[in-house]
Design a protein. Structure first.
Length: 172
C-alpha cells in the first residue's frame, strides 16, 4: 500500500498540499461563506501555520491533505482530505471549495477519485463523512451524489458512511 501524492481527474489535479498554496488557501479559508462551517482565518500567518500542521499531520500517514487544482486555470480551488485509520480499515473524507468554484461538480469529481483510490488501492472497507447539519451543499454531496448512508445527526453534525461493497454496487 503506497500513499498517492497526485490523483488526476478530467478537470482536476489533486496533489499534496504545499507551502506555495498559501495565497489560494487564504482566499478559500478567509471567505465569509466558509466561516459558516469552518474556522474563518483573517491573516496569512495563521493559514501558513495551518498548512504546516497539515503537512506534518499527513507526513507519516497513508492519508493526505490534497489541494484541488483546476486544470484549466492551474489555480488551487479547494482542499480535500483523506484521514486513514488503517487499524480499523476505514477512512474519513472532508473538503472545502472556493465559493467562486462551487456548484460546478468539482467536489463530487474529486470525491469519486479519492473514493476509488481509498477503496481500490488502500483497500479501505468503509469511508466516513460528516458536515454541519446546516451545510446543505455538503449534505447533497454526501447523501445524493456519493450516495453515502445517513448514520445520525448529533451536536449539529450529520454523519454518513459508505462501505466498499455498496460503493461498487452503485457504480454498476
Amino acid at each position: 500500500m503506497n500513499k498517492k501524492s497526485v490523483i488526476e481527474t478530467k478537470r482536476l489535479i489533486l496533489r499534496e498540499l504545499n507551502k506555495e498554496d498559501l495565497d489560494d488557501w487564504f482566499e478559500i479559508f478567509s471567505a465569509e461563506n466558509v466561516g459558516k462551517f469552518l474556522r474563518l482565518y483573517d491573516n496569512k500567518e495563521d493559514i501558513a501555520l495551518l498548512i504546516d500542521k497539515k503537512i506534518a499531520k499527513f507526513s507519516n500517514n497513508l492519508g493526505s491533505s490534497y489541494s484541488i487544482v483546476e486544470k484549466e486555470s492551474n489555480k488551487v480551488i479547494g482542499s480535500f482530505e483523506l484521514y486513514v485509520d488503517i487499524d480499523n480499515n476505514e477512512a474519513k473524507i472532508s473538503y472545502v471549495i472556493n465559493d467562486a468554484f462551487g456548484g460546478k461538480g468539482y467536489v463530487t469529481e474529486a470525491a469519486f477519485a479519492v473514493l476509488d483510490y481509498a477503496f481500490d488501492e488502500l483497500r479501505i472497507e468503509t469511508i466516513n463523512g460528516d458536515c454541519k447539519e446546516i451545510n446543505t451543499a455538503s449534505i447533497h454531496i454526501l447523501r445524493d451524489k456519493l450516495q453515502m448512508n445517513f448514520i445520525k445527526t448529533e451536536d449539529g453534525y450529520s454523519y454518513y458512511n459508505l462501505n466498499k461493497k455498496d460503493y461498487k454496487k452503485k457504480q454498476l
